[in-house]
Design a protein. Structure first.
Length: 281
């Protein structure tokens, strides 16, 4: 078995060529052929200036639209068309612990030489992710620029978090059944960075269904734009059910890691200030 998929584990490593599985990847040449099965990492690959080497992506990989318009699709994040992917002859495959099925990755690893496993669990984990891709694909300068931008946003978030009292929030991702996110998710970690603590507390399913009595412990309810597309028409219904102020929130900005984490934190900083009645920084 390819050591890249023997064990999925979290945690970073000081070596910028080591992925979340603990495998060290050699530096790729300019002829690397990359397939990404992770929408947010497809965006990161392009933002690092590697769009010309991207030879395959999922149907959910939609950003940046113009760059991806001519890149072949290989199915979805979980229903990968193996024969289509094989025909692209990739040298590198980008996967994620949470978004891709292990059995699919094992099947693909039989013919893809380099399987890069990722598992960012919090915004700061993107620093290691930038350096991993930058180190493997020779984009160290671009990776460090992203690191500087992210660190600046993290520092600003820490300052705002110290300024404002924390708030418990209920973050909706689905309707009928009503579902939210656990504190073990990247979404929850993003919100916590600006002082919004998601409910429920403790461990449990990553995306649990809930009873509306839970809203009594929240100070506000967020309706995400994905995976369920909540819109303004749902606000009054949610406020009636939960008895708490409700607001729409951009799900991509909260759930997409990679280079989107920079814009995502800036977005959350602006929303936190707006809802707290603070002037923009």
């Amino acid at each position: 078995m390819n050591p890249a998929i023997e064990t999925f584990r979290t945690g970073g490593a000081p070596d910028t060529h080591v992925d979340a599985c603990g495998r060290r990847h050699p530096q790729a040449g300019g002829d690397a052929r990359i397939v990404s099965l992770v929408p947010s990492l497809t965006e990161l690959i392009c933002d690092l200036g590697l769009g010309a080497q991207l030879v395959g992506r999922t149907g959910f990989c939609i950003h940046p639209r113009e760059t991806l318009r001519t890149v072949p699709k290989v199915g979805g994040t979980k229903d990968v068309k193996v024969d289509v992917l094989r025909a692209l002859e990739p040298s590198h495959l980008i996967v994620n612990v949470d978004e891709n099925r292990r059995e699919t990755v094992e099947e693909l690893a039989a013919f893809v030489p380099n399987v890069i496993v990722t598992h960012p669990c919090a915004p700061a984990d993107n620093l290691g992710l930038y350096r991993l891709f930058g180190g493997v694909f020779g984009r160290e300068r671009e990776a460090e620029a992203l690191c500087a931008a992210l660190q600046s946003a993290l520092d600003e978030a820490a300052a705002l978090r110290a300024q404002l009292a924390g708030e418990a929030v209920l973050y909706l991702i689905w309707r009928q059944p009503w579902m939210t996110v656990s504190r073990e998710t990247y979404i929850s970690a993003m919100l916590d960075t600006v002082g919004w603590r998601t409910l429920p507390e403790g461990t449990g399913p990553r995306y649990p269904a809930f009873d509306w009595a839970l809203a009594a412990r929240a100070e506000r309810v967020f309706l995400s734009s994905e995976p369920y597309h909540f819109n303004a028409s749902h606000l009054s219904e949610v406020e009636s059910l939960g008895g708490r102020p409700a607001a729409l929130i951009d799900g991509e900005m909260v759930s997409w890691y990679g280079s989107r984490a920079v814009a995502g934190l800036r977005y959350l900083l602006g929303l936190r200030r707006e809802l707290a009645g603070l002037a923009a920084a």
